[in-house]
Write a protein that binds this ligand. Structure first.
Ligand code: FMN
Ligand code: SF4
Length: 524
């Protein structure tokens, strides 16, 4: 191709998924190919768009807009240059404008609107794409009206429990204390989830802005992001953005020249699943072993260092800047029933098109797995999807008309959780999956209460006997009884919800446990 003296801008994700797929090597190859041709280029490292099967997705700024190519390997780069990809020319890997790709065009992106587009370390880029509009409005409104706006939005916690965010904030705002805290739960332990990581890597200022607004609303001047050691790229991106925000007066004393002060830092846990539970997280943040605290007192009254504390998931906090910028009613216009706004859904497991799909509540599980996810990667029929992480039910295909809605899922003993979907094909052995759920609980149990600590170990033993065909009916009856004890007697949802994947596998696929058919819903 002909060379060009004008500098051409090329975007390559620096997201952990893209790096794992060779993005750094692709950058090196692009730099070498451009140098050889004396073509001036500027490479901007972005977050991911969320079409993970296309990573590394390389985009070139052309006169028609950004044109994407993916998945690009380092060995493809010479051929891309030869084909003229710097001007958006045709090539087997060309996908056109990423935002027009069917996977993107079907989404309603609020939280992830900037992810994959901006340079996550650039304050100017964040501002140019609408960043800090929410904080500016929050500063005009003041604490009471901020909480009113969040209430109007109908926002519910995206970490799993779906608790109304405004009620939590109001409780902390009303508490009298010399110090209050905002803690962001970025532990993201659920299987098949990656939205928290993606947003921290792709748009970290959004989380900073959300936490700052929360701080103003409740009267907290200090925030912590608690995440896991497996997230080094997210930690680096957050730390960099915090530094930049501070340098621009958007963190620290008198933020944006206002009367409010707020600062924050990132803390790293060792990756225990139970440390995602809010009270175990607080213990871990205080430097102790992460064990679950009995409630009451609620963290909103006595949380971090016994002070009133807001604990919210990354996705709850990153929804807040949009709610403030465009109004609670605008946000509440999306969704169904009591599930308002959008949910960044993560499609993973044995699926053809895995990735991040942000959409209004109400979309069905079948649309997500079959239409958007394209069915299984193996090409075999879908058997079930586990939704909501390791404590979520296995939803069989005959329940795939289930809409993404907290209440609709609960009515089927299922869980939306953090919005993770893990797809399984017909080869999945559901008895083994049930055993795995029990084993996971026994390994991750904090040990504080007996139904979970002892029950999960007995549950694994029972599953082993059932799988071996020993006294199946009697052992299944004991397993069902044990599940009931764990549900009712556990101190937290780790022990209390483990029965859901176990019993959903048993109820929907009884023949795989050597049990007589009892699939009542199949006839529905
Ligand atoms: C075993 C267990 C693990 C959890 N892991 C997470 C997690 O990784 N991230 C998260 O935000 N919430 C997690 N939660 C839920 C939190 O306890 C809490 O409800 C949440 O952080 C509150 O924030 P939200 O209201 O914004 O959802 C977990 C709960 C349990 C019982
Ligand atoms: S249910 Fe399990 S994880 Fe939760 S408090 Fe009890 S022992 Fe700890």
């Amino acid at each position: 191709m002909s060379t060009n003296s004008a500098t051409i801008r090329i975007y390559v994700p620096k997201d952990a998924c893209a790096i794992a797929c060779g993005a750094d090597e692709v950058v090196a190859a692009i730099e070498a190919a451009a140098l050889k041709r004396r073509q001036p280029i500027e490479i901007v490292r972005t977050g991911s768009r969320g079409m993970l099967w296309l990573e590394p997705l390389v985009e070139v700024a052309t006169t028609e807009g950004r044109i994407g190519y993916g998945p690009v390997e380092a060995e493809d780069v010479e051929a891309l240059f030869e084909a003229g990809f710097l001007t958006g020319a045709a090539h087997g890997l060309r996908i056109g404008k990423p935002e027009e790709h069917p996977f993107m065009a079907k989404q309603t992106r609020l939280t992830f609107a900037r992810c994959g587009i901006i340079d996550p370390a650039s304050y100017a880029d964040y501002r140019a794409h609408g960043g800090y509009r929410g904080l500016e409005r929050a500063l005009q409104l003041g604490p009471v009206e901020i909480i009113e706006e969040v209430k109007k939005s109908g926002l519910r916690g995206r970490g799993g429990a779906g608790f109304p965010t405004a009620i939590k904030w109001k409780t902390v705002a009303d508490a009298k204390a010399d110090r209050k805290y905002i803690v962001c739960n970025a532990d993201e332990g659920d299987s098949g989830t990656f939205a928290d990581r993606m947003i921290m890597e792709g748009d970290p200022f959004e989380l900073i802005e959300g936490m700052t607004i929360a701080g103003i609303a409740v009267g907290a001047t200090k925030g912590f992001v608690y995440t896991r050691s497996e997230y080094p790229h997210a930690i680096a991106a957050m730390q960099k953005a915090i530094e930049v925000a501070r340098a621009h007066g958007m963190l620290g004393v008198n933020i944006a020249g206002s009367q409010y002060s707020f600062d924050m830092e990132v803390r790293m846990g060792a990756g225990a699943y139970v440390c995602g539970e809010e009270t175990a997280l607080l213990d871990s943040l205080e430097g102790k072993r992460g064990t679950v605290r009995a409630k009451p007192p609620l963290p909103a009254h006595k949380g971090l260092f016994q002070k009133p504390t807001v604990i919210n998931n990354v996705l709850s906090l990153t929804a807040v800047p949009h709610i403030l910028a465009d109004g609670g009613e605008f946000y509440a216009n999306f969704g169904m029933g009591r599930s308002r706004g959008t949910m960044p859904i993560q499609i993973a497991g044995n699926v053809k098109f895995g990735g991040l799909f942000e959409t209004a509540f109400g979309i069905t599980l079948g649309e997500l797995v079959n239409d958007i996810g394209g069915g299984t990667a193996s090409g075999k029929p879908v058997k079930a999807a586990q939704v909501g992480g390791p404590l979520g039910a296995y939803v069989p295909t005959w329940q795939f008309d289930l809409p993404f809605d907290y209440e609709a899922f609960a009515a089927k003993d299922a869980l939306i959780g953090h919005g993770g979907i893990v797809v399984f094909d017909e080869n999945a052995d559901m008895a083994k999956m049930a055993r795995f759920a029990m084993e996971f609980c026994s390994v991750e149990s904090c040990g504080k209460c007996t139904p979970c600590r002892i029950g999960s170990t007995r549950g694994v033993e029972l599953m082993d006997r059932i799988i071996a065909g020993q006294r199946v009916e009697a052992n299944l009856a004991t397993l069902t009884d044990l599940c009931q004890t764990m549900k009712l007697g556990s101190l937290c949802a780790l022990g209390g919800f483990t029965p859901y994947p176990v019993l959903s596998a048993l109820n929907h696929f009884p023949e795989e446990f050597g049990a007589p058919p009892r699939r009542l819903e199949a006839a529905e």
